[in-house]
Design a protein around this ligand. Structure first.
Ligand code: MG
Length: 390
């Protein structure tokens, strides 16, 4: 039995208050769509992503960048949800016994446990639909806003996705709906219409559908609980001494007979610090973000790059908790400049002064630093998850 997932990514963002497709909204460093695709890692053999033609390029880029172990197929959305699912099914190569999962890409917090429960139910009885108990009192109303009567919430279930069906049952339900001109708001509704029993399995309260802007902070709170609260990064950098260049260390100009050779201002301790920040967030290194082949960066102040690096890690949902930097050089004497360096780094990162520590050492004339061929710098920093970051 093969599992094929139809990922519905055709939603508009109207209720999100924008014109952008809501599945393209970034949520703590990754778009909603990418998170939804990655949720099925290890749980599906193939995925059909259904999107509107106008969004297709962006949707394709995002889905393809996801960390996954299954191939992707893309299909155009229809005028209704039902039509979109049908287009997805037509693009799938499902045999009658295969399992089809239909998922709303806006439910990017779906857990592997929920998907597994759905798959087990499909294996056992042909259908599986996740649900959670209804906790609010629900009333039926008339078109003037008057209550007709109160519903028994204990007999009700709130439905989520992915909804799972054996392919032959879902296809039969679609044929029946087409014949009767029947439209349902979910796929289980089509099976109900066709008289096929639908089994509910346990869903998850966190498996929310991102619909309005208020859902975003809630989703971020759930994500924050899953992701590490603290990360550590380290960085190392070396630059060669060169006569006639200005010397900048941690953003402070130091009067000295030589400077450091480099494409930017060659501020090695700041480069080490940026590498530590990027490393802690799994964002690679400064060479990737600020290549030394970029003519715009020639002679640029590394403080500017540090500010940009700080923005990058904020976008990733992290901020620097503390930073510890060691400068290794035989000469010049660095101690007199250390308070200014601490201040400069802390201010650039928007941190209190006591969160940054710069120190310096010689190597007792050993190695390239001791022979005064170059200067090296080490940096370690801790990063903490930012409270709410969109
Ligand atoms: Mg460097």
């Amino acid at each position: 039995m093969k599992t094929i997932t139809v990922m519905l990514a055709g939603g508009r963002g109207e209720r999100m208050g924008g014109s952008m497709n809501k599945v393209l909204i970034p949520l703590s460093g990754k778009t909603v769509l990418r998170r939804s695709v990655e949720a099925f890692r290890g749980l599906t053999d193939e995925m059909i992503v259904v999107a509107r033609q106008s969004d297709m390029d962006a949707i394709r880029r995002e889905a393809e960048s996801a960390d996954r172990d299954f191939p992707l197929i893309f299909a155009s959305g229809g005028f209704s949800r039902q039509q979109s699912v049908l287009n997805g099914l037509r693009a799938a190569s499902a045999g009658p016994e295969d399992c089809l999962l239909i998922h709303d890409a806006a439910r990017c917090l779906v857990s592997p446990a929920v998907i597994r429960r759905v798959l087990d139910a499909v294996k056992g009885c042909g259908t599986g639909v996740p649900s959670v108990p209804v906790t609010s009192t629900c009333k039926l109303r008339d078109e003037n806003g008057y209550v007709l009567h109160t519903l028994d919430r204990n007999a009700m279930a709130e439905i989520q996705t992915p909804q799972g069906f054996r392919a032959d049952l879902l296809k039969k339900a679609f044929r029946r709906a087409e014949k009767d001109g029947f439209e349902a708001t979910d796929d289980a509704g089509l099976l109900e219409h066709a008289g096929t029993p639908v089994l509910l399995v346990e869903g998850d309260r966190r498996n929310i559908k991102l619909t309005s802007p208020e859902d975003l902070p809630l989703a971020l709170m759930y994500l924050k609980e899953e992701e590490p609260v603290m990360r550590i990064g380290m960085g190392y950098d070396v630059h060669r001494w060169e006569a006639g260049r200005k010397l900048f260390l941690c953003g402070v100009e130091i009067p000295w007979e030589r400077g450091l050779l480099g494409h930017s201002d060659a501020d090695a301790p700041l480069h080490a610090l940026m590498d530590a920040m990027l490393g802690g967030c799994a964002l690679g290194d400064i060479g990737r973000h600020f290549p030394d082949t970029d003519p715009e960066l020639e002679g640029v102040s590394s403080l500017l790059l540090l500010r940009k690096t700080n923005e990058l890690i904020h976008q990733q949902g992290y901020s620097v908790c503390n930073a510890d930097i060691t400068i290794v050089a035989q000469r010049p004497k660095i101690a007199p400049y250390i308070p200014a360096m601490n201040r400069c780094v802390a201010e650039t990162l928007g941190l209190p002064a006591d969160r940054v520590n710069v120190k310096a050492t010689t190597t007792e004339k050993l190695g390239f630093e001791g022979r005064e061929e170059g200067l090296s710098a080490y940096a370690v920093c801790t990063l903490e998850k930012t409270r709410i970051q969109i």
